[in-house]
Design a protein around this ligand. Structure first.
Ligand code: ADP
Ligand code: MG
Length: 240
């Protein structure tokens, strides 16, 4: 589903991603961890071309993203992304936040889009908030709206960049629960998170990054029990 081959990314003379090789299969849940500034967000953003790569090859959902001729809007329909700060439209009701793209991009009728939006709001447990404005919701509820909005496009891949980092501790669980359910349903997911308990239990694979490189890649159970690399060990020991 996703394949990085020798991918490099630079901002000016600064190499933010160096020789990234990574393959993610359909239905896999991959968690990316690593110190701040190691390139996790950049790697994630390359997957839906919010960032263009400098060299190498990146193929996502059969689209060759290194090919400058790709129809990026068509491509992005199939990739949902959820950010740390929910990025909801504050002046639109919850339901309208969710129906916007399905109507505009997929051409659904208002009725169809609202029916779909309500189905996903039900799935994330907040159908009763459909007519509220984002500011009337807690952070955890807003993030669940953001997830429902992503799902309403029926994407093939969901990307998450620290989806719980801006939340009060008591709201983290409700967002992780939604993500866990998605993982069980077979969604292909790439998740940047510092929630190691979640990573250990929900991820098929852990990718540990440092300094723009993938330092270690292992099944979740192996990684947390016996990380191979010194840098990974150090990182984990500092979290405790
Ligand atoms: P992480 O998500 O692991 O914290 P990022 O991918 O956000 O790391 O950033 C990796 C490095 O690239 C950091 O040193 C950051 O300062 C730098 N960086 C990120 N975005 C830009 C940008 N638009 N221009 C220049 N440097 C950037
Ligand atoms: Mg980041």
């Amino acid at each position: 589903m996703i394949e990085f081959r020798g991918v490099c990314k630079a901002y000016g003379s600064f190499q933010v991603l160096q020789n990234i090789n990574l393959q993610i299969e359909e239905g896999e849940v991959v968690v990316i961890i690593g110190p701040s500034g190691s390139g996790k967000s950049t790697l994630l953003r390359c997957i839906n071309r919010l960032e263009a790569i400098s060299s190498g090859e990146l193929t996502v959902n059969d689209t060759r993203l290194h090919d400058k001729k790709v129809d990026i809007n068509r491509f992005r329909r199939d990739i949902g992304i959820v950010f740390q700060h929910f990025n909801l439209y504050p002046h639109k009701k919850v339901i309208d936040n969710i129906t916007l793209a399905p109507i505009k991009v997929l051409g659904l009728s208002k009725d169809e889009a609202e029916e779909r939006a309500l189905a996903y709001l039900t799935r994330v447990g907040i159908a009763d908030k459909a007519q509220s404005y984002p500011s009337q919701l807690s952070g955890g509820q807003q993030q669940r709206v953001a997830i429902a909005r992503g799902l309403a496009m029926k994407p093939k891949i969901m990307l998450f960049d620290e989806p719980t980092s801006a939340l009060d501790p008591e709201m983290i669980g409700e967002v992780l629960d939604v993500m866990r359910a998605l993982a069980h349903e077979g969604m292909t997911m790439v998740i940047v998170t510092h929630e190691m308990g979640f990573a250990r239990e929900a991820a098929d694979r852990i990718v540990f990054m440092d300094n723009g490189q993938i330092v270690e890649e292992a099944p979740a159970s192996t990684f947390f029990q016996q990380p191979r690399e010194e840098r990974a060990r150090l990182f984990l020991s500092r979290l405790i």
